[in-house]
Design a protein around this ligand. Structure first.
Ligand code: HEM
Length: 196
């Protein structure tokens, strides 16, 4: 049961997902991620198996046509596919096709906002990950790290515009559902990284 002490999305979702984020950060493991090209490739395949089904749901959700959000610009499965191809993966599209089963069959607006919070928020740690990929493996956004580069120099502006948009798009009655969906999304990632 989600304990929302106020009806504002951001403080509630931050509070409720902090521990899940930290578990995921540890499970992904920055040192493991950049240990070798093979480890990095394996992590990208895991991300794709989760990311692709979630983005498909977002593309079919009411967020698809929201002019204040610009969902297409925020989608990053294609960057994952491109990075895997640059690393020499013979069948990145096959990995996408074999994506894991998402926790929902469709998303209403509050749930979609919760899912997108997790996907967009991952760009915040991306800078750190990109720096380490370059230092440890010599992989740059142009040579296989475009997924973690996120929206590149626009990361901060894209995050800010997402947060501002979410506060208007989410009615107070939808906050608990959105927060629950963000928690479920983090658990979906945890499951994928635990079982592989
Ligand atoms: C090694 C892996 C990871 C590291 C080192 C990492 C690091 C970070 C850091 C440093 C921040 C805070 C940035 C700031 O406040 O400016 C952050 C925020 C965040 N990260 Fe991660 N992260 C990792 C993995 C992930 C993954 C896999 C996801 C989701 C799929 C994720 C989702 C988020 C979210 C949603 C926030 C935003 C929290 C907020 O401020 O509302 N992170 N991460």
């Amino acid at each position: 049961m989600i304990d929302c002490r106020n009806d504002s999305f951001l403080p509630a979702v931050r509070q409720q997902t902090r521990a899940l984020h930290d578990q995921l950060e540890e499970l992904v493991g920055l040192d493991r991620l950049t240990r070798s090209r093979a480890d990095y490739g394996a992590a990208l395949r895991r991300f794709l198996a989760v990311w692709h089904p979630l983005e498909k749901l977002l593309e079919e959700s009411p967020l698809r046509d929201d002019p204040g959000l610009d969902l297409p610009r925020r989608l990053r499965s294609r960057a994952l596919l491109a990075d895997l191809a640059r690393l020499g993966d013979p069948d990145p599209a096959g990995t996408a096709g074999a994506g894991l089963r998402a926790p929902w069959s469709s998303l209403d607006t509050p749930r979609a906002i919760g899912v997108l919070y997790v996907l967009e928020g991952s760009t915040l740690g991306g800078r750190l990950i990109c720096r380490k990929l370059d230092e440890d493996l010599g992989i740059t956004p142009g040579s296989g790290a475009s997924f973690f580069a996120g929206h590149g120099p626009d990361n901060a502006a894209m995050w800010k515009s997402f947060l501002e948009w979410s506060e208007t798009a989410l009615a107070p009655g939808g906050v608990a559902e959105a927060v629950e969906a963000a928690c479920t999304t983090f658990r979906f990632f945890l499951e994928a990284f635990r079982t592989s």
